[in-house]
Design a binder for this molecule. Structure first.
Ligand SMILES: Nc1ncnc2c1ncn2[C@@H]1O[C@H](COP(=O)(O)OP(=O)(O)OP(=O)(O)O)[C@@H](O)[C@H]1O
Ligand SMILES: [Mg+2]
Length: 160
């Protein structure tokens, strides 16, 4: 059993729908790793993911600050969503600066752009979404539950 599926999207909105579907399964301590090149759609994904969790603050890529904190809406399964972007991280030794472990242990969830860099999220309960740019408007998203405690119901939801 591979525990992964591929979804092809032909618009930013369709990528957002994949994110909203995954957000339905968000739980405290969970991490979503977004892997893929510049302009692949990672921040687009995070916007929809946050929106689905009732976040009303604007979602922008963390750059100067490494991590953004978003308060989720009432009734969301988590209260706090962390948004990190490891693109500018120079080395694995800076990973500690992110300080994600404590809020994750305290019940937050996290979405991490370039979260595959330096093997940064190894060991976390994570869903890995890898973006491949096919053309201007088409992206192939591979969603892997290999390192996740989520059930295959997620894959079925993504397929419908
Ligand atoms: N199917 C699609 N899914 C997502 N984005 C798409 C799609 N088709 C076109 N786009 C466009 O691609 C761009 C994706 O930009 P976005 O900032 O989300 O990428 P990113 O992966 O976060 O890049 P970076 O690594 O620079 O942060 C947007 O301009 C978006 O409108
Ligand atoms: Mg981005």
């Amino acid at each position: 059993m591979t525990r992964r599926t591929t979804v092809t999207t032909t618009s930013p909105e369709a990528t957002g729908e994949v994110a909203s579907t995954l957000a339905r399964y968000a739980l405290p301590g969970h991490v979503v790793v977004l892997a893929g090149g510049l302009g692949a759609g990672k921040t687009t994904f995070v916007r929809a993911y946050a929106h689905a969790l009732g976040v009303v603050d604007p979602v922008t890529s963390p750059s100067y600050t490494l991590v953004h904190h978003y308060r989720c809406g009432a009734g969301a399964p988590i209260e706090l969503l962390l948004h990190a972007d490891l693109w500018r991280l120079a080395s694995a030794s800076e990973l500690g600066d992110l300080a994600l472990d404590e809020p994750l242990a305290d019940g937050a969830a996290a979405v991490i752009e370039w979260g595959d860099r330096f093997d940064a999220t190894r060991g976390s309960d994570r869903v890995v979404v890898s973006f491949e740019v096919v053309d201007d408007t088409t992206r192939r998203l591979e969603v892997s539950l290999e390192d996740s405690s989520l059930t295959d119901a997620v894959l079925e939801a993504l397929a419908t």
